[in-house]
Design a protein around this ligand. Sequence first.
Ligand SMILES: *[C@@H]1O[C@H](CO)[C@@H](O)[C@H](O)[C@H]1NC(C)=O
Ligand SMILES: *[C@@H]1O[C@H](CO)[C@@H](O)[C@H](O)[C@H]1NC(C)=O
Ligand SMILES: *[C@@H]1O[C@H](CO)[C@@H](O)[C@H](O)[C@H]1NC(C)=O
Ligand SMILES: *[C@@H]1O[C@H](CO)[C@@H](O)[C@H](O)[C@H]1NC(C)=O
Ligand SMILES: *[C@@H]1O[C@H](CO)[C@@H](O)[C@H](O)[C@H]1NC(C)=O
Ligand SMILES: *[C@@H]1O[C@H](CO)[C@@H](O)[C@H](O)[C@H]1NC(C)=O
Ligand SMILES: *[C@@H]1O[C@H](CO)[C@@H](O)[C@H](O)[C@H]1NC(C)=O
Ligand SMILES: *[C@@H]1O[C@H](CO)[C@@H](O)[C@H](O)[C@H]1NC(C)=O
Ligand SMILES: *[C@@H]1O[C@H](CO)[C@@H](O)[C@H](O)[C@H]1NC(C)=O
Ligand SMILES: [Cu+2]
Length: 800
Amino acid sequence: MPVTAWSYLLFLLPSLAASAPSFSSVNPRTWRSRQASNTQTKRWSNDSYPTSSQLCAAPGAQAMNAPYPNVWSGLTGEETASVTAWLFSQPQFNLTVTAEAGDWDNSLLMIELMEPNKTDVLNYLENSGPLPSRYAHVIINHRASEEPVYQDLLVGPLPLQHDTVTSEPLTYPYTRKTEGKVRNLDADDETWQAWKANVSSTILDITLDLWNGSYLGLDNDTLVVFGIDPLWQDDGITRWDQFWNSQESVQESLTLLPLGLYFTTNATGRDASKWTLDGWLYNSIFYETTEAFRAAYYSPGFVKNGANVDGSWAYSDQEGEIPALDTNFPPISIAPSGSRYFTDPDQNYVKWMDFEFYTSFSRDTGLSLHDIKYKGDRIIYELSLQEALAHYAGNDPVQSGTAYLDTYYGFGPFAFELIKGYDCPAYATYMNSSFYNGETTRTHIDSICLFETEADYPIQRHSTSEYASATKNIYFTIRTVATVGNYDYMFSYEFYMDGSINIVVRASGYIQSAYFAKNEDYGYQIHDFLSGSMHDHVLNFKIDFDILGTSNTMTTAANVAATEVYPWSKGKARNTMKLQRGTIENEDQAKINWASNGATAFTVVNTDAKNIYGESRGYRIHPSSPTIHLTVENSSNLEKAANWAKNDLYVTRQKDTEPKSSHPYQSQDVFNPPIDFDAFFDGESLVQEDIVVWANVGMHHVPHTGDLPNTVFTTAHSSLVLSPLNYLLGSPTRETVNMVKLLYGGDEGTTVETFGQGTAECAVPSVQGLMPDLTQYVGDQVIRKFPYDPNHPYFETESI
Ligand SMILES: *[C@@H]1O[C@H](CO)[C@@H](O)[C@H](O)[C@H]1NC(C)=O
Ligand SMILES: *[C@@H]1O[C@H](CO)[C@@H](O)[C@H](O)[C@H]1NC(C)=O
Ligand SMILES: *[C@@H]1O[C@H](CO)[C@@H](O)[C@H](O)[C@H]1NC(C)=O
Ligand SMILES: *[C@@H]1O[C@H](CO)[C@@H](O)[C@H](O)[C@H]1NC(C)=O
Ligand SMILES: *[C@@H]1O[C@H](CO)[C@@H](O)[C@H](O)[C@H]1NC(C)=O
Ligand SMILES: *[C@@H]1O[C@H](CO)[C@@H](O)[C@H](O)[C@H]1NC(C)=O
Ligand SMILES: *[C@@H]1O[C@H](CO)[C@@H](O)[C@H](O)[C@H]1NC(C)=O
Ligand SMILES: *[C@@H]1O[C@H](CO)[C@@H](O)[C@H](O)[C@H]1NC(C)=O
Ligand SMILES: *[C@@H]1O[C@H](CO)[C@@H](O)[C@H](O)[C@H]1NC(C)=O
Ligand SMILES: [Cu+2]
């Protein structure tokens, strides 16, 4: 979340193009018949551990062919290069190569696959219809204009044939019909940097006196200036900015170093000569002019507060006394038989036990899952992050004015290479992710991990005086981490043997803190002059359920208190409870909060698919750890830009015109954003229709001293679980052999029944040998797309 002007400068709007599907004229049927699984298991090379017994399997997923080509996979390198070349050849776009583009040049921000319409994909999958045609989604940063805009375009069909290429404004996924254009409030970034330095230089005497520091727009600046996001848009464009101390080491402590001096600028329009400095704020006193501030500063009795200064308190390195035995190597898991799942790396397809799905990767939201099947039937068409909000509050205008909508920065570009053995178990397998940035495709190697692991509790047990039984709880995870500015979001999708899917978000990294002065109502004082600035994290997920077909209904079952007279109660009323069944009939009823006391179960069912007992088969959705919606009502920062954050969950009719709840440039026009989520709700029936659930996870985060130096994943954690409800006739957890039954207490001693469990009679290399070689960590790979030379694709390699 919190990336601010400083990092925004560095990362100016990259984008995506994921790895390449090979498309041939296959339909799902013919493709499936070609499917062959290759279960050959790789073994550890025995140079590190020669042994007479067989070596345990090395990591690496089993290979198989996906049942059909991944229609959600990103553009191939050639496709991206062809679209780039075509765009540069069209005079109407008037493009300048990104590296040379200034504030008044048009440049190419993004090229990625336009996700195909569900209508077309289902026609392909279910009616042997044609493969959906492929289009590129392009965003041009149109700045050669008095009114700069981001222009969303659709270019295609792919592959581009030069005489049939069409490009049109992309409008159908947005509720606002403005030809795919969104105004760009950040077009004048270079000018803005100069403005900030100019303002700051006018009080150099004061910054030197207060902090022995300067911000003059020079390389040797010792202060940083950044402020609100979104900008205030109710009366022209208002900015508020704050001085921050700069970090003194490689550790990114900047957001812990606020200095408590703020200024506001009316930055309306592109002509900086018309911008005005509208005042200063220090120690809760507002000064309308620099002269007034300076006069007060040099007056007797002016109160100067202290500075937050970088130091080891803000560093995440080991510090303090090492606990007893902590230097002994801790427990680790191993996968002696190798991976027990399949992937088709060319198609980004994954299969584990009775689950299978495809993945895609986008600039805005990172990893998405598609066509999730359980026991051969689709249960979810799409499971994807939509947006992440971090809404702050405070007694100062910068905290009060901050409500990051993080798809602006994008999750894709910040999904860095994972740290093997730390972010994911040592034996995990990995996928790469790619995104488009400034005429290059960047690849983050090993940025998505896949692994099975054993929970620290069994999924089932029971015991009596005669027997004891238990079943291991082995589950499968696909995970990615995005470090968006100071914050690290870990996204995990976990699949369990009971048929449930857990959507888990964790947060770590640096908090964005506030200056302590008079901020008690908005956070705790956590360091010398520091307040942990209160904020809400709300993350919206799209869950497009398809339970045994697309005709689905959201039902409710509430535990309600009741007073009942029964035939057997001899006329006496009994105080008790009942199950109250209901249905979310239409979109007027479809903005939902979790019931108090967890009373109501929400389940997406197919009422035409009843089990033998007459109950509708379905999947329930419920929090598996606390979730929240936004505390702030009618946010002055967000206006209509995050209407999805007001409730816990929503149900809408699936529409090709409503594929997403948010757009990366919502922050640029909060009163009239590209997608007003409220506009999805127009009273339509939701009974046995193709419905989509939009559900929020998140946390109220009031940082305390334990958030220093970094927030920890244990408590900054929120999750939702989707679990079968009357979906099968019994528990599918009985299918695994990884269970045991002990018959004991009889005359013959104890019998151990293992149900045909596999054994692990193999040797591992030394335990140290199981640990990955972290010197192989490489950052990202950059492949130039324009000018494109397929024979010499590597243009530069640098980390971001
Ligand atoms: C690996 O171990 C086997 C069995 O001990 C041995 O026959 C073989 O030569 C070893 N291979 C290498 C490359 O050391
Ligand atoms: C094309 O962009 C340049 C700046 O890169 C600008 O000076 C020029 O006016 C633009 N041309 C047109 C026709 O808009
Ligand atoms: C996807 O659906 C939208 C809305 O119906 C439509 O405008 C668009 O043309 C469709 N895209 C394709 C590639 O058919
Ligand atoms: C910053 O100050 C310099 C020197 O006075 C001036 O040339 C420039 O136009 C100013 N920039 C802005 C954005 O105000
Ligand atoms: C002030 O900063 C300068 C350079 O940034 C440094 O050389 C000097 O030692 C500092 N003075 C104090 C008193 O910290
Ligand atoms: C910073 O750099 C400028 C320009 O190079 C120089 O004039 C100034 O003295 C430097 N300031 C410090 C504190 O080193
Ligand atoms: C900012 O300046 C514009 C004119 O450039 C003006 O219309 C607007 O009212 C000003 N806003 C504020 C908050 O002063
Ligand atoms: C990831 O990229 C690296 C470097 O190009 C490549 O060696 C590796 O095979 C890729 N991994 C997958 C799973 O495609
Ligand atoms: C928010 O807006 C709604 C609808 O306009 C209104 O009913 C409610 O009172 C407002 N709440 C606040 C705190 O302004
Ligand atoms: Cu937080």
